[in-house]
Write a protein that binds this ligand. Structure first.
Ligand code: GLY
Length: 370
């Protein structure tokens, strides 16, 4: 079992990482004997594989465990599901000290986090990230939220959890597509913080990495979690370096919206978004050398029909990004690898060329293209 500490202004908490650590870690965290019940919000698919075991473990801490399942997919990050989660808690006797355990990927974590932040002005939440993406990114740092018809994550709050327990046993049932989804965020840490990660992530390129290189994958996940924990500790509310974690994300969020949050996953969009941000960095004058992202391109199999997305739509959706504070678009660009900077880009053509690169990549993915 390994520990990381996230020390933020508002609250410090532990991240526990290891295999088969869920029960032991919970017993260190759930020490308040006045809890007469526990709530579990779990991803439907995860529950299918591990639900019985999860409930059994939780029953050890309380005889009264109530659970609600969250369907997979971005559409669960909606006002409707937030309302259902809040109803579930309020109609089942939640109190200010009743813990909510949230088990699943980024969607379940963001939804559950926002429900925990808003019910009774905040109840304790424990994140159990069960995907690579949730472990290395979304479960750490207290960003919670849901989507609105005008854009992604537009309703939400910063709300730090009581703890994060990353039990790698849950990765055993993770489909390959989900590993690749998480890979994008891993590569992001390579780009903005530690280029050695590009070497370490090359295990993903071997065909049987899931059976042969699990320990290496887990130590890579741990390394990324540490980078994220350190960034969040230094800048909890994203007034400085935390913004670097959005490398590729302005493009990605607009692309996801253009695909109705349906035909592309967040990780796939982030990979393409990082290619676009890399291009925009160069167009804007960076002398960035080499391309560390390209080698991973064959691992991505995009399902989007390029005709579904238009360059001009993606461009206009970028203006709905919540990080925009004035009339111009800001991007995280790279002066060099490991050297990100937030820059305002006023040249529309540069931005549109970078978007075009994403669309070109989607075209390359179509059957019949190599
Ligand atoms: N996912 C970016 C952040 O937590 O700031």
């Amino acid at each position: 079992m390994q520990y990381l500490e996230v020390k933020t202004q508002s609250h410090s908490y532990k991240i526990v990482v290891g295999r088969e650590i869920f029960e032991k870690s919970l017993s260190d965290i759930l020490t308040d004997s006045s809890n007469d019940r526990l709530f579990l919000l779990a991803d439907e698919n995860l529950f299918h594989h591990h639900g019985e075991q999860l409930l059994k473990s939780l029953q050890h801490f309380s005889g009264d465990v109530r659970h609600m399942l969250v369907p997979q997919g971005e559409s669960s990050k909606s006002v409707k599901f937030w309302e259902s989660s809040v109803n579930f808690l309020l109609t089942n006797g939640v109190r200010r000290n009743t813990p909510l355990i949230v088990a699943g990927g980024g969607v379940t974590g963001d939804l559950g986090g926002f429900a925990a932040a808003s019910v009774l002005r905040g109840i304790p939440i424990i994140h159990i990230p069960t995907t690579v993406l949730a472990m290395v990114d979304s479960s750490i740092g207290g960003k919670t939220g849901i989507n609105h018809s005008t854009g992604k994550n537009l309703i939400g709050a910063f709300y730090q959890p009581k703890a994060v327990i990353a039990d790698t046993r849950f990765l055993t049932s993770l489909p390959r597509r989900e590993w690749i989804n998480g890979l994008s965020e891993i590569l992001k840490y390579g780009a903005i913080s530690d280029a050695e990660i590009f070497n370490e992530a090359s295990i993903f390129l071997s065909a049987d990495y899931l059976s042969t290189d699990r320990e290496k994958l887990i130590s890579l996940i741990f390394k990324c979690m540490k980078i994220k924990a350190d960034i969040v500790a230094a800048d909890e509310f994203e007034s400085g370096i935390r913004a670097f974690l959005n490398f590729g994300h302005t493009f990605a969020h607009a692309l996801e919206k253009a695909c109705n949050y349906d035909s592309i996953s967040h990780g796939e969009a982030v990979y393409l978004g990082m290619l676009a941000a890399q291009k925009l960095s160069r167009l804007s004058g960076s002398s960035l050398t080499g391309d560390f992202l390209e080698a991973y391109r064959p691992l991505y199999q995009f399902r989007v029909q390029p005709a579904e997305v238009s360059r001009d739509d993606i461009y206009s959706f970028m203006f709905q990004d919540k990080k925009r504070t004035d009339e111009h678009l800001k991007f995280v660009l790279l002066d060099e690898w490991q050297s990100p900077a937030v820059k305002t880009v006023t040249n529309k053509e540069y931005i549109k060329d970078a978007i075009e690169l994403m669309i070109h990549q989607l075209k390359q993915s179509q059957p019949g293209k190599s």
